[in-house]
Design a protein around this ligand. Structure first.
Ligand SMILES: [Zn+2]
Length: 74
């Protein structure tokens, strides 16, 4: 299993969160992502949420900087 990550910086709609999570196992990453989504973003743990989060996983590790469509805050 190769390393995967999910990066809140790629989703500027959600409260400017800059947390990125990574793990070697997609189940570990999903659990961490669900906990983060519930605790920080106020989501409800559900099969739909888990499916949505899992679809956002990317291979590798979080980059130092994320290039977004909008300009970075100064
Ligand atoms: Zn977040």
């Amino acid at each position: 299993m190769s390393r995967q990550y999910i990066d809140c910086r790629e989703f500027p709609s959600i409260m400017n969160c800059s947390v990125a999570l990574s793990a070697d196992d997609d189940q570990e990453l999903l659990e961490a992502a669900v906990q983060h989504a519930v605790a920080v973003h106020g989501h409800t743990d559900s099969p739909d949420l888990r499916k949505q989060l899992a679809s956002l996983f990317k291979p590798g590790t979080p980059p130092l900087n994320v290039v977004q469509a909008k300009t970075a805050s100064a």
